[in-house]
Design a protein around this ligand. Structure first.
Ligand SMILES: [Zn+2]
Length: 454
């Protein structure tokens, strides 16, 4: 049996209470939560230190969440039917593809605390006096809001307390101009302090604002979430709005995990979760590039330990962040989802972030989608801006070739629009051939297979 790895968390700085909170989260799972019953025999014991203890377990997957169901992750014998009946909790189904959906217990006070903790990591959010603010939300209505794919809803039908959902349609490539004009009018009248947006959706609205010379009132803060923000999105959003932008990283399952500070790096929300970092092997971009496993703190309705978020990130290296925050992990970037990974013909992993940085350098492009169709074949679909006349086909090919190498066959394909996958999620990069990302982890840090196989 291999020696236990020295977890990355050991090298991070935390507040004095943090290790104890990690231990409480782990003990609550092992001792009082049904889904972790089979994990107990893998516990290497408290004398090993909590970070090493955590690292000795396998990862928790969405499949595990489905296998045990929401009740399996409720600690201390609380009853979901009773919680639902009293109104203390709700059930929320995540909006993945059908085979990927998970039913989650939604406990609003815990979510609110996690969100408020994330605000502390960005000075613009701190200064905006958030908590009881007006907020506009622009994302797929199937993720948050009220869907209506035929016809339109009134503003009242899209308002929930202090939240206004700007859009009831999930495909921005089909938004009529009148709908985008309505969004601008509503931003101007409603005057939200925060606009929370899917970057693809807000990118589309921003292009409409710029192209038509519209005036829009900028909120105190724009929080980008739900999806990987492309450099192209950020660029056009900055042209349309004066607001500071902050990327927020988390999920329905985990709450808020990282928040972008005013200096542009992502800081761990150490008040509400612990993060284990699993580096990729050195020939695949490790040890600075890797995957995340999240353990949540103090949710009385959900015990989550080492949950695999399904993303690749890059750790901050070199100097500490100039903002002065130093607790927990700091990321230079989120590199994209595992399902958006591609491979070079020589089997090197390519993240969405790599493709994005390359294509954002090609002048004239406003949207793109790169699809690996075979081991060495890639189609690069792209949309050019309204003032462009000649598609930069050669430059697109060169940018993609530089990533995938001379053995790659690149097919640039100018298109007029790119639609998201249902239920409104863009996949800017994807592979049609299956990729098992677990094969690319550094063996020293790879989690054990399953906590049930002994
Ligand atoms: Zn910072």
């Amino acid at each position: 049996m291999k020696a236990p790895p020295e977890p990355f968390a050991t090298a991070s700085l935390y507040n004095p209470h943090y290790p104890r909170r990690c231990g409480q989260a782990l003990d609550q799972a092992l001792q009082f939560t049904p889904a972790y019953h089979s994990w107990r025999s893998f516990d290497i014991g408290i004398e090993s230190g909590v970070f090493s203890r955590l690292a000795s377990f396998s990862a928790l997957t969405k499949e595990d969440l489905r296998t045990h169901g929401p009740q399996g992750f409720v600690p201390h014998g609380r009853s979901i039917p009773e919680g639902l009946a009293s109104g203390e909790i709700e059930l929320a189904t995540t909006s993945g593809t059908t085979g990927d959906q998970v039913e989650n217990v939604w406990y609003q006070p815990w979510w609110n605390r996690s969100e408020a903790a994330s605000w502390q990591l960005n000075s613009h959010a701190c200064g905006a006096d958030l908590g009881n603010h007006r907020e506009a939300i622009l994302t797929s209505p199937w993720c948050a809001g009220v869907p209506c794919e035929n016809g339109f809803l009134t503003k009242e039908q899209r308002t929930l307390g202090r939240f206004l959902y700007l859009c009831e349609r999930s495909d921005p490539s089909q938004w009529p101009n009148a709908l985008m004009n309505r969004m601008v009018d509503e931003l101007n009248c409603f005057g939200p302090q925060v606009l929370e947006a899917n970057p693809s959706f807000l990118g589309k609205l921003s292009r409409h604002i710029i192209t038509n010379g519209l005036r829009v009132r900028s909120p105190a803060l724009i929080v980008l979430t739900y999806e990987f923000p492309s450099i192209l999105h950020l660029r056009i959003i900055r042209q349309a709005f004066d607001s500071p932008l902050a990327s927020s990283y988390g999920s329905t399952e985990t709450g808020y995990v990282f928040m972008e500070c005013e200096a542009g790096r992502m800081h761990q929300v150490t008040e509400s979760c612990h993060v284990d970092f699993l580096p990729l092997s050195p020939d695949q971009g490790g040890p600075k590039r890797g995957r995340l496993l999240v353990t949540t703190f103090d949710n009385p309705w959900r015990s989550l330990v080492r949950f695999d978020t399904g993303d690749i990130v890059r750790l901050n290296s070199g100097a500490p962040c100039p903002c002065g925050r130093h607790e927990g992990l700091t990321l230079t970037s989120v590199e994209g989802r595992l399902v958006n990974l591609t491979l070079t013909p020589g089997n090197r992993l390519v993240t969405q972030g790599e493709v994005d940085r390359a294509l954002s350098e090609v002048p004239g492009i406003v949207e793109y989608q790169v699809i690996q169709t075979e081991q060495s074949a890639y189609t690069a679909r792209f949309v050019i801006g309204p003032n462009e006349t000649t598609p930069p086909t050669g430059a697109v090919r060169e940018a993609i070739q530089a990533i995938y190498g001379p053995a790659a066959t690149i097919t640039p394909e100018p298109v007029t629009s790119i639609a998201p996958d249902p239920p409104g999620k863009y996949r800017l990069v994807k592979s049609l051939i299956p990729i098992d990302p677990s094969l690319f982890l550094d063996d020293q840090f790879a989690p054990r297979e399953k906590n049930t196989q002994r």
